[in-house]
Design a protein around this ligand. Structure first.
Ligand code: ADP
Length: 304
């Protein structure tokens, strides 16, 4: 497999630099995953990001940041008078909370010209999306997205989906569960985090989560569970992979995103699931010992 396409939103991130000073960066769940895939991916692999951006300076900066990381966003729609979404990280000791300004972000309009997306999808071996990808779309666009996605895939390509459940992004719980479930049903690989699934769907165990997705026709399910074992299920085979204890956990932001990115980096080259899970766990273990969503490539490469 030679190409990975992520579809979603990348936002401006503001974190405190002390005394009313703000450090600006960029992040967003799907983009974070591409970042870690890029850090660990074979040289000859293409990584693309599909979203929508505006026509202002912040959108220019965002595109420049993404391209500079070696991730292409050629062919994405530009929204007239659009601006990127923004979020601010509040730190209270080691506790983090977030304020978001994303209701009017350009990324919500990534289905404005669906043919641009279908064209991009047709180039990818793995198409990766998350629950946030579908949560930010207007209702009518969700339907076009879900009904058109598989038809646009090239033969042999797969859809990977992390439900990444964020209740505050949804109008209500019933809608959230319905769209997450229907998006999973068009996916080949679902990569949930057990805590979210337990809270939303009432699953008693990671195996119950895996079986619920399998019942929708999903071929492979990879259930992350913090410091507890990672579960991989395919057909009637199930395997648990213990997570190594990590000392000095600082900030668990992007643990799941980085796990997914590292998983793809190995899986796309070797197709070896245990090896990919091992790299994914090691990468997430490094990310949670550093502050912020995006760790420099060199640090990631040197530490896993
Ligand atoms: P999310 O960030 O999506 O909530 P998880 O909390 O399940 O996802 O974490 C994703 C992965 O990060 C885990 O599968 C594990 O490999 C790693 N991880 C998370 N928390 C810890 C921890 N306390 N110690 C070691 N690894 C962890």
């Amino acid at each position: 497999m030679k190409s990975l396409l992520g579809i979603g939103e990348c936002m401006i991130e503001l974190s405190s630099a002390g005394d009313n000073l703000w450090k600006q960066s960029f992040a967003g769940d799907v983009f974070n995953t591409l970042w870690y895939a890029k850090a660990l991916m074979a040289e000859d692999t293409a990584i693309d990001f599909f979203s929508a951006v505006g026509d202002d300076q912040s959108s220019e900066d965002l595109v420049e940041f993404i391209e500079k990381a070696g991730i292409s966003c050629a062919g994405i729609p530009r929204i007239e008078k659009g601006v990127p979404g923004l979020y601010r990280i509040h730190l209270d000791g080691a506790e983090r909370s977030f304020s978001y300004w994303r209701d009017t972000s350009a990324a919500k309009q990534f289905m404005k010209s669906p043919e641009l997306l279908w064209k991009q999808i047709a180039t990818a071996d793995i198409v990766y999306l998350s629950g946030i990808t579908v949560a930010i779309l207007p209702d009518e666009d969700v339907e076009v997205f879900i009904s058109g996605l598989r038809a646009a895939l090239k033969p042999g390509a797969i859809v990977a989906f992390d439900p990444n459940i964020r209740p505050r992004l949804w109008a209500n719980e019933a809608r959230m569960k319905d769209v997450i479930t229907r998006t999973a049903a068009i996916s080949d690989l679902v990569m949930p985090s057990f805590e979210d699934e337990e809270t939303t769907f009432g699953d008693k165990t990671p195996m119950a989560t895996a079986q619920r997705y399998q019942a929708l026709g999903v071929k492979q399910v990879l259930v992350k569970n913090g410091e507890d074992d990672t579960l991989f299920v395919e057909g009637d085979k199930a395997e648990y992979f213990p997570v190594k204890t990590v000392e000095g956990v600082l900030d668990t932001t992007a643990a799941g995103d980085s796990f997914n990115g590292a998983f793809f980096a190995e899986y796309m080259v070797s197709g070896d699931v245990p090896k990919a899970i091992s790299l994914a766990q090691r990468c997430a273990g490094v990310v949670i010992c550093n502050k912020g969503a995006l760790i420099p490539f060199e640090t990631v490469k040197a530490s896993v």
